[in-house]
Design a protein. Structure first.
Length: 73
């Protein structure tokens, strides 16, 4: 898919077609991540840093379940 860089106010931007937004499951106000890869730039609605942090948090919650329950009381 070829996209054109256009002027948006005092900045430059790319207008994403509806079809691409639908495939990414994004709408106005959502965040889009640009990840640099060896092959170029990858646009994704998925934040790999947040996913890694969530994985660590879930592991801690599993290991410390009893302690977290007592703190919640």
């Amino acid at each position: 898919m070829k996209l054109k860089i256009t002027t948006i106010g005092n900045s430059a931007g790319v207008i994403l077609p509806k079809e691409l937004l639908a495939r990414l499951r994004l709408g106005k106000g959502d965040e889009l991540y640009a990840l640099e890869t060896p092959d170029g730039i990858r646009l994704t609605a998925f934040d790999p840093e947040l996913a890694a942090q969530m994985e660590v948090a879930e592991e801690v919650m599993r290991k410390r379940r009893t302690l977290l329950r007592k703190l919640a009381e």
